[in-house]
Structure formats: C-alpha cells, structure tokens
Write a protein that binds this ligand. Structure first.
Ligand SMILES: *Cc1c(COP(=O)(O)O)cnc(C)c1O
Length: 224
C-alpha cells in the first residue's frame, strides 16, 4: 500500500470512531515517512511494540508525538524506555511493574501504565488472568509504587472469526476493569480500557473500550 493512503485511512477511521474513544495508530514495522503522513492529518498518538524501533522513530519525528508502548517488554529494556513514552500499555507481570517503577524512580520521571489482561484463547498472549489482576488490586499492590501510575487495562480478544467469542473476550476485559474500579475506590485516574484492533475495534467499542489500537487499517499490511 502506498503511504499516500494513510491520510485518507485515518480520516475515514476518525469519522467512524465515536466521541470519547481515542485512537492509537499502531505503526510498528512501518517507516517514519508513513507515520509522518498520519501526523500531517493530525494524528499524534502512535503505538510501537519494539523498544529500539520506537526510540529510533522518536528521533526522526516531531517532538509532540505521544508514544505508546504496546509490545511485550523485557525487563532489561525498561531502563531505555522509561521517560521516553506517554504510556506503557503492556505491563504483564508484577515484576515488570516493579522494574518500571524502580527505573522511573532512578531516572526521576513518572510513568503511566496499563495492566495487560490475558483473556484470549491463545496461550501465546501475555498478561494477567482476570483472577490474578483482581488479586493484585485487592492486595493493594499499587500502593508501593513511587513513580508509576496505573491508568487502566489493556487486552486482546481471541484471534478468531467467531465474533461472539471476540465480544465475550472484550466483555470480560471490561467487566474486570469495572470490578477493579468498584472494589478500589481510592484508585485515582484509573480510566482507560484499551481494546480493539483493525479487525475487531467496533465490537470492542460496543463493549466499552475507550482506546483502540489500529495498525493495518491505517498503514496496510506489515512486512515482518
Ligand atoms: C500490532 C498490534 C495492534 C494492531 O493490530 P492491527 O490488526 O494491525 O490493527 C494492536 N495491538 C497490539 C498489542 C499489537 O501488537
């Protein structure tokens, strides 16, 4: 796909997305010039899944871009990432959360994160099970954090054409978020429910997503 389609794709998508739902343009594996086409039509929030790729693009593109990290984050790369991104959407273990907090504290920066839920059928996906995440909040696992703010949850639905299954997955993610919020009233700024990608975002929005992560529908197929 030619990158001149990017601007049009963004505009079409923006017309479809209801008010109150934010768009992350997932730009992984696409070159900086593709992101720039999206930037030119006002897109400021981009999602990347590899640390080095994100940092490289950051040096090549305007400074007012809000970068979201959405991939599996290895603990040895946390130090490179903190202070460089607006949001780490993919915290999948307590150990990773602790590392993010430790490195943020050392660097003297605040970090915002989402906790990743694993509800999909595939075992390859990362994240907390609903029970593990509920347990984490019941134990007030966030209280020891010094410079890390948990802003919500992120999740993916099963990779299937069965839209009923996809809807159930999203409904479960949203219900875990709602339960955490209800059980933890002292938690401030816990508002984000990041779910929905190119193939399933309308269903995710119907089920209560307020942040969608769309790549292919904007930038075309990725060449890995
Ligand atoms: C790649 C990726 C996306 C975007 O997927 P598309 O199907 O291209 O829209 C969204 N979320 C995560 C976590 C991803 O890794």
């Amino acid at each position: 796909m030619a990158y001149q389609d990017v601007a049009r794709n963004i505009e079409l998508l923006k017309n479809e997305i209801p008010a109150g739902v934010e768009l992350v343009a997932v730009s992984k594996f696409h070159p900086a010039e593709a992101l720039l086409e999206a930037y030119k039509v006002g897109q400021r929030r981009f999602g990347e899944s590899r640390v080095q790729e994100l940092l490289k693009k950051k040096t090549e593109l305007p400074a007012d871009i809000e970068w979201h990290f959405i991939g599996h984050l290895q603990t040895n790369k946390v130090k490179m990432l903190v202070g460089e991104v607006s949001l780490i959407e993919s915290v999948d273990t307590e150990h990773l959360l602790e590392m993010i907090d430790k490195e943020s504290d050392k660097a003297g920066v605040d970090s915002k994160v989402l906790m990743q839920l694993h509800v999909a059928r595939e075992e390859t996906k990362f994240g907390f099970t609903p029970d593990e995440l509920l347990e984490f909040f019941r134990n007030k696992g966030y209280e020891k954090l010094k410079r890390t703010h948990i802003c919500g949850v992120m999740g993916m639905a099963s990779n299937t054409d069965d839209m009923n299954r996809v809807r159930e997955d999203f409904r479960l993610i949203r219900s875990v978020f709602d339960r955490i919020k209800a059980e933890t009233p002292d938690l401030r700024g816990f508002d984000m429910v990041s779910m929905g990608m190119s193939g399933d975002w309308p269903v995710a929005v119907e089920e209560g997503s307020n942040l969608i992560r769309v790549g292919t529908r904007i930038f075309g197929e990725r060449e890995y």
